[in-house]
Ligand binder design. Sequence first.
Ligand SMILES: *[C@@H]1O[C@H](CO)[C@@H](O)[C@H](O)[C@H]1NC(C)=O
Ligand SMILES: *[C@@H]1O[C@H](CO)[C@@H](O)[C@H](O)[C@H]1NC(C)=O
Length: 264
Amino acid sequence: MMPSKTSAKSTLTPPAVFTAAVLGAVCFYCFYYGIIGAGIDELEAGRTDGPEFTGAIESLTLRWEYGMLHVNAVQQIESNVSVIVIHGADVKTQNAKHWNPNIGTFARIGSVYLVDLPGFGETTSNNRGVGPLVPSFAIRKLIREILSESPHQRLLFCARGWGSKVVMDVLRREESLREKTVGAILIAPFMKTDKIPEAAKSLKTLLIWAGKDPVVPSGYSSVLKGIFSNASLHVMSNLKSHMPETDRPLEFDSQVLQWLSIDS
Ligand SMILES: *[C@@H]1O[C@H](CO)[C@@H](O)[C@H](O)[C@H]1NC(C)=O
Ligand SMILES: *[C@@H]1O[C@H](CO)[C@@H](O)[C@H](O)[C@H]1NC(C)=O
Protein backbone atom coordinates (compact mmCIF):
# COMPACT_ATOMS: atom_id res chain seq x y z
CA MET A 1 0.00 0.00 0.00
CA MET A 2 1.30 3.46 -0.87
CA PRO A 3 1.73 5.50 2.29
CA SER A 4 -0.10 8.78 2.25
CA LYS A 5 1.95 11.96 2.42
CA THR A 6 1.09 12.50 6.07
CA SER A 7 2.05 9.01 7.21
CA ALA A 8 5.33 9.24 5.29
CA LYS A 9 5.98 12.51 7.04
CA SER A 10 5.42 11.01 10.46
CA THR A 11 7.94 8.20 9.89
CA LEU A 12 10.71 10.27 8.33
CA THR A 13 10.85 13.99 9.01
CA PRO A 14 12.40 16.12 6.25
CA PRO A 15 15.67 16.67 8.18
CA ALA A 16 15.95 12.90 8.67
CA VAL A 17 15.40 12.32 4.96
CA PHE A 18 18.04 14.93 4.22
CA THR A 19 20.51 13.39 6.67
CA ALA A 20 19.89 9.93 5.23
CA ALA A 21 20.46 11.27 1.70
CA VAL A 22 23.73 12.94 2.72
CA LEU A 23 24.95 9.84 4.54
CA GLY A 24 23.97 7.74 1.53
CA ALA A 25 25.91 10.01 -0.80
CA VAL A 26 28.98 9.97 1.46
CA CYS A 27 28.91 6.16 1.71
CA PHE A 28 28.49 5.97 -2.06
CA TYR A 29 31.66 8.02 -2.55
CA CYS A 30 33.58 5.95 -0.01
CA PHE A 31 32.58 2.85 -1.89
CA TYR A 32 32.96 4.36 -5.32
CA TYR A 33 36.44 5.73 -4.81
CA GLY A 34 37.82 3.27 -2.30
CA ILE A 35 38.22 6.33 -0.18
CA ILE A 36 37.91 5.88 3.54
CA GLY A 37 36.94 9.35 4.62
CA ALA A 38 34.88 11.97 2.86
CA GLY A 39 33.22 15.19 3.87
CA ILE A 40 31.94 18.34 2.24
CA ASP A 41 33.80 21.58 2.91
CA GLU A 42 32.46 25.04 2.36
CA LEU A 43 34.68 27.13 0.13
CA GLU A 44 36.73 29.34 2.40
CA ALA A 45 34.99 32.64 2.93
CA GLY A 46 36.45 35.68 1.25
CA ARG A 47 37.89 34.00 -1.83
CA THR A 48 35.68 35.79 -4.33
CA ASP A 49 38.39 37.10 -6.61
CA GLY A 50 38.39 34.13 -9.00
CA PRO A 51 35.73 32.98 -11.43
CA GLU A 52 32.48 32.05 -9.77
CA PHE A 53 32.22 28.63 -8.18
CA THR A 54 29.06 27.64 -6.37
CA GLY A 55 29.55 23.86 -6.04
CA ALA A 56 30.76 21.92 -3.04
CA ILE A 57 34.34 20.91 -2.39
CA GLU A 58 34.64 17.41 -1.01
CA SER A 59 37.38 16.53 1.39
CA LEU A 60 38.62 13.01 0.54
CA THR A 61 41.02 10.86 2.50
CA LEU A 62 42.76 7.91 0.94
CA ARG A 63 44.93 5.46 2.81
CA TRP A 64 48.29 5.04 1.17
CA GLU A 65 51.47 3.16 1.99
CA TYR A 66 53.01 5.98 4.00
CA GLY A 67 49.99 7.50 5.72
CA MET A 68 46.82 9.34 4.75
CA LEU A 69 46.52 11.16 1.47
CA HIS A 70 44.18 14.14 1.56
CA VAL A 71 42.58 15.61 -1.54
CA ASN A 72 40.02 18.40 -2.03
CA ALA A 73 37.79 17.32 -4.88
CA VAL A 74 34.96 18.46 -7.08
CA GLN A 75 33.65 15.25 -8.62
CA GLN A 76 31.47 15.51 -11.68
CA ILE A 77 30.13 12.06 -12.49
CA GLU A 78 29.22 12.97 -16.07
CA SER A 79 32.69 14.31 -16.92
CA ASN A 80 35.40 12.23 -18.61
CA VAL A 81 38.28 14.54 -17.74
CA SER A 82 39.97 14.60 -14.34
CA VAL A 83 42.12 17.61 -13.53
CA ILE A 84 44.97 16.62 -11.22
CA VAL A 85 46.23 19.76 -9.50
CA ILE A 86 49.61 19.83 -7.77
CA HIS A 87 50.93 22.65 -5.62
CA GLY A 88 54.47 23.94 -5.15
CA ALA A 89 57.18 23.40 -2.56
CA ASP A 90 56.80 26.17 0.02
CA VAL A 91 55.36 24.48 3.12
CA LYS A 92 54.16 27.84 4.51
CA THR A 93 51.87 28.68 1.58
CA GLN A 94 51.36 25.51 -0.40
CA ASN A 95 48.60 22.93 -0.06
CA ALA A 96 45.32 22.04 -1.77
CA LYS A 97 43.64 25.22 -0.52
CA HIS A 98 46.15 27.36 -2.37
CA TRP A 99 44.01 26.82 -5.48
CA ASN A 100 40.67 28.00 -4.08
CA PRO A 101 40.57 31.09 -6.37
CA ASN A 102 41.06 28.78 -9.37
CA ILE A 103 38.47 26.11 -8.60
CA GLY A 104 35.84 27.78 -10.79
CA THR A 105 38.25 27.42 -13.73
CA PHE A 106 39.11 23.77 -13.09
CA ALA A 107 35.47 22.82 -12.55
CA ARG A 108 34.68 24.07 -16.07
CA ILE A 109 37.05 21.39 -17.39
CA GLY A 110 35.93 18.32 -15.45
CA SER A 111 36.34 16.60 -12.11
CA VAL A 112 38.97 18.30 -9.99
CA TYR A 113 41.46 16.74 -7.56
CA LEU A 114 43.48 19.24 -5.55
CA VAL A 115 46.15 17.26 -3.77
CA ASP A 116 47.90 17.89 -0.48
CA LEU A 117 51.33 16.46 -1.24
CA PRO A 118 52.96 14.30 1.48
CA GLY A 119 53.88 16.51 4.42
CA PHE A 120 51.70 19.41 3.21
CA GLY A 121 48.19 20.38 4.27
CA GLU A 122 46.37 17.40 5.74
CA THR A 123 48.33 14.62 4.03
CA THR A 124 50.41 12.62 6.44
CA SER A 125 53.48 10.69 5.45
CA ASN A 126 56.09 8.87 7.45
CA ASN A 127 58.35 9.07 4.41
CA ARG A 128 58.99 12.29 2.51
CA GLY A 129 61.86 10.75 0.61
CA VAL A 130 64.18 12.87 -1.47
CA GLY A 131 63.01 14.89 -4.46
CA PRO A 132 59.76 14.15 -6.27
CA LEU A 133 59.81 10.37 -5.68
CA VAL A 134 57.37 10.10 -2.76
CA PRO A 135 54.99 12.82 -4.01
CA SER A 136 54.87 11.15 -7.42
CA PHE A 137 54.08 7.85 -5.71
CA ALA A 138 51.15 9.54 -3.96
CA ILE A 139 49.86 11.08 -7.19
CA ARG A 140 50.09 7.74 -8.98
CA LYS A 141 48.13 6.14 -6.16
CA LEU A 142 45.36 8.73 -6.57
CA ILE A 143 45.30 8.31 -10.36
CA ARG A 144 45.09 4.52 -10.06
CA GLU A 145 42.13 4.98 -7.73
CA ILE A 146 40.39 7.31 -10.20
CA LEU A 147 41.09 5.06 -13.20
CA SER A 148 40.07 1.87 -11.45
CA GLU A 149 36.58 3.26 -11.02
CA SER A 150 36.39 5.14 -14.29
CA PRO A 151 38.89 3.64 -16.77
CA HIS A 152 38.03 6.01 -19.61
CA GLN A 153 38.91 9.14 -17.71
CA ARG A 154 41.37 11.45 -19.41
CA LEU A 155 43.88 13.34 -17.29
CA LEU A 156 44.83 16.97 -17.36
CA PHE A 157 47.65 17.99 -15.05
CA CYS A 158 48.00 21.42 -13.57
CA ALA A 159 51.12 22.01 -11.51
CA ARG A 160 52.99 25.00 -10.19
CA GLY A 161 56.69 25.49 -9.44
CA TRP A 162 58.20 22.36 -7.96
CA GLY A 163 54.95 20.44 -8.55
CA SER A 164 55.78 20.28 -12.26
CA LYS A 165 58.78 18.13 -11.36
CA VAL A 166 56.35 15.73 -9.74
CA VAL A 167 54.23 15.58 -12.91
CA MET A 168 57.32 14.76 -14.97
CA ASP A 169 58.26 12.02 -12.52
CA VAL A 170 54.74 10.55 -12.74
CA LEU A 171 54.90 10.44 -16.55
CA ARG A 172 58.41 9.01 -16.49
CA ARG A 173 57.55 6.16 -14.14
CA GLU A 174 54.12 5.34 -15.50
CA GLU A 175 54.44 5.49 -19.27
CA SER A 176 50.94 4.11 -19.81
CA LEU A 177 49.53 7.36 -18.42
CA ARG A 178 50.83 9.34 -21.37
CA GLU A 179 48.08 8.19 -23.71
CA LYS A 180 45.46 9.07 -21.09
CA THR A 181 46.87 12.57 -20.62
CA VAL A 182 45.30 15.32 -22.69
CA GLY A 183 47.56 18.11 -21.54
CA ALA A 184 49.49 19.90 -18.82
CA ILE A 185 49.30 23.41 -17.45
CA LEU A 186 52.66 24.27 -15.93
CA ILE A 187 52.88 27.46 -13.90
CA ALA A 188 56.36 28.89 -13.38
CA PRO A 189 57.65 25.30 -13.60
CA PHE A 190 60.82 24.52 -11.75
CA MET A 191 62.42 21.50 -13.36
CA LYS A 192 65.59 20.49 -15.07
CA THR A 193 65.30 19.83 -18.77
CA ASP A 194 67.01 16.44 -18.50
CA LYS A 195 64.24 15.30 -16.14
CA ILE A 196 61.56 15.79 -18.76
CA PRO A 197 60.66 12.36 -20.13
CA GLU A 198 60.55 11.87 -23.88
CA ALA A 199 56.85 11.01 -23.74
CA ALA A 200 55.99 14.33 -22.10
CA LYS A 201 57.65 16.43 -24.78
CA SER A 202 54.77 16.08 -27.20
CA LEU A 203 52.12 16.90 -24.58
CA LYS A 204 49.83 19.79 -25.28
CA THR A 205 51.28 22.20 -22.74
CA LEU A 206 50.32 25.62 -21.45
CA LEU A 207 53.15 27.51 -19.75
CA ILE A 208 52.04 30.37 -17.54
CA TRP A 209 54.41 32.83 -15.92
CA ALA A 210 54.45 36.20 -14.21
CA GLY A 211 56.71 38.51 -16.21
CA LYS A 212 58.74 39.36 -13.11
CA ASP A 213 58.83 36.02 -11.31
CA PRO A 214 61.41 36.42 -8.49
CA VAL A 215 61.89 32.64 -8.06
CA VAL A 216 61.93 31.07 -11.54
CA PRO A 217 62.66 33.79 -14.11
CA SER A 218 60.14 33.88 -16.95
CA GLY A 219 63.01 33.82 -19.45
CA TYR A 220 63.29 30.10 -18.69
CA SER A 221 60.11 29.67 -20.73
CA SER A 222 62.10 29.99 -23.96
CA VAL A 223 64.19 26.97 -22.92
CA LEU A 224 61.05 24.94 -22.20
CA LYS A 225 59.35 26.06 -25.40
CA GLY A 226 62.27 24.49 -27.23
CA ILE A 227 61.62 21.18 -25.47
CA PHE A 228 57.84 20.89 -25.45
CA SER A 229 56.90 20.70 -29.13
CA ASN A 230 53.25 21.63 -28.49
CA ALA A 231 53.60 24.41 -25.93
CA SER A 232 51.69 27.67 -25.65
CA LEU A 233 53.08 30.42 -23.45
CA HIS A 234 51.28 33.14 -21.58
CA VAL A 235 53.28 35.67 -19.59
CA MET A 236 51.38 38.01 -17.27
CA SER A 237 53.14 41.26 -17.90
CA ASN A 238 54.13 43.67 -15.14
CA LEU A 239 53.40 41.09 -12.47
CA LYS A 240 56.02 40.42 -9.84
CA SER A 241 54.95 37.10 -8.40
CA HIS A 242 55.71 33.41 -8.31
CA MET A 243 51.97 32.66 -8.11
CA PRO A 244 50.32 34.32 -11.10
CA GLU A 245 47.33 31.96 -10.97
CA THR A 246 46.15 33.24 -7.60
CA ASP A 247 47.31 36.83 -8.09
CA ARG A 248 45.36 37.14 -11.34
CA PRO A 249 42.81 34.31 -11.27
CA LEU A 250 40.61 35.87 -13.95
CA GLU A 251 43.49 36.20 -16.39
CA PHE A 252 44.49 32.61 -15.57
CA ASP A 253 40.88 31.56 -16.20
CA SER A 254 40.61 33.17 -19.62
CA GLN A 255 43.99 31.78 -20.74
CA VAL A 256 43.19 28.22 -19.66
CA LEU A 257 39.71 28.17 -21.18
CA GLN A 258 41.00 29.67 -24.41
CA TRP A 259 43.79 27.10 -24.60
CA LEU A 260 41.25 24.31 -24.17
CA SER A 261 38.78 25.96 -26.58
CA ILE A 262 36.13 26.16 -23.86
CA ASP A 263 33.74 29.10 -24.29
CA SER A 264 34.08 31.51 -21.39
C1 LIG B 1 34.39 13.01 -23.40
O1 LIG B 1 33.14 12.52 -23.81
C2 LIG B 1 32.55 13.25 -24.87
C3 LIG B 1 31.17 12.71 -25.10
O2 LIG B 1 31.13 11.32 -24.94
C4 LIG B 1 33.45 13.15 -26.10
O3 LIG B 1 32.90 13.89 -27.16
C5 LIG B 1 34.79 13.70 -25.76
O4 LIG B 1 35.68 13.54 -26.84
C6 LIG B 1 35.36 12.99 -24.55
N1 LIG B 1 36.60 13.66 -24.18
C7 LIG B 1 37.71 13.00 -23.96
C8 LIG B 1 38.87 13.84 -23.58
O5 LIG B 1 37.80 11.79 -24.05
C1 LIG C 1 48.88 19.79 -29.91
O1 LIG C 1 48.15 18.82 -29.17
C2 LIG C 1 46.78 18.76 -29.50
C3 LIG C 1 46.14 17.77 -28.56
O2 LIG C 1 46.83 16.57 -28.51
C4 LIG C 1 46.61 18.40 -30.96
O3 LIG C 1 45.25 18.38 -31.29
C5 LIG C 1 47.34 19.40 -31.81
O4 LIG C 1 47.27 19.01 -33.15
C6 LIG C 1 48.80 19.51 -31.37
N1 LIG C 1 49.45 20.55 -32.13
C7 LIG C 1 50.66 20.42 -32.62
C8 LIG C 1 51.21 21.60 -33.32
O5 LIG C 1 51.29 19.37 -32.51
